[in-house]
Design a protein around this ligand. Structure first.
Ligand SMILES: [Zn+2]
Length: 239
């Protein structure tokens, strides 16, 4: 792969976004490698001691993306704001991000209480995973303790029986009706009982008691939104 002046593609856009995030000025992230982007690449190469040719080959690309910033916080005490998600949870669009960040949230401790929940709309990752023991799902490693705490509280309060389906967590996509990434893209949101709590459904069935188990553990519940998304819980503030 070589990106240079004149290149036009999605990788150029990633490059521009990355350069911008690192404090360089590649111009707008429009996917077009113009003079400003070349200038920014040259600046980056100079500062990193790379050969200054203004061309992004493997060496420069790896210097830019190789060390994907791994959050230093082992445990998030409170959910970040939406704006902080790329910094805290990383960039799910980059190669290697999934391997570095997605893990299985193992809930088999609660298999007795959660074992009746069946799998609804599964993501490809979930399908690929061999569900040997109920119950677990693929999510961001930093969200694991919070998901576990929420399900633990649910079990402790005897509410687990209210849940019927698990409908997905990690799933890279845009937010419905909004031009921004869904929190599912980082694997920090979960959908539960989707068939009875559809997006926009006003008379949803998700109970406040169940929702509170998540909210008390830092999750935002979509059931409180103007346009309810009552199936949805995310470990991230709205803005
Ligand atoms: Zn959702």
């Amino acid at each position: 792969m070589l990106l240079k002046k004149g290149s036009q593609n999605q990788k150029v856009r990633l490059l521009q976004e990355r350069l911008g995030k690192l404090g360089y000025n590649p111009g707008p992230a429009d996917g077009i490698f113009g003079p400003k982007t070349e200038r920014a690449v040259l600046d980056f190469q100079r500062e990193k001691g790379l050969s200054m040719d203004g061309v992004v080959g493997a060496e420069t690309w790896n210097a830019l993306f190789g060390q994907a910033p791994i959050p230093s916080v082992p445990l998030l005490e409170r959910p970040p704001s939406y704006r902080q998600c790329f910094d805290v949870f990383g960039d799910f669009r980059l190669a290697g991000w999934r391997e570095q960040n997605l893990v299985r949230c193992d809930l088999s401790d609660f298999s007795r209480e959660l074992g009746h929940i069946y799998l609804g709309w599964l993501s490809e990752e979930d399908k690929a995973f061999e569900h040997r023991t109920w119950f677990g799902f693929i999510c961001h490693r930093l969200a694991v303790p919070h998901f576990k705490a929420a399900f633990g509280l649910l079990v402790k309060r005897g509410l687990a029986g209210q849940l019927r389906t698990y409908d997905g967590c990690y799933n890279v996509r845009y937010m419905r009706g909004a031009g921004q990434w869904s929190t599912h893209s980082w694997g920090i949101a979960i959908d539960l009982d989707a068939p009875w709590n559809r997006f926009g459904q006003e008379n949803f069935e998700m109970s406040q008691d169940v929702a509170r188990c998540f909210e008390e553990n830092g999750f935002i519940w979509g059931g409180r939104w103007n346009r309810p998304d009552a199936m949805h819980f995310q470990y991230c503030a709205l803005r």
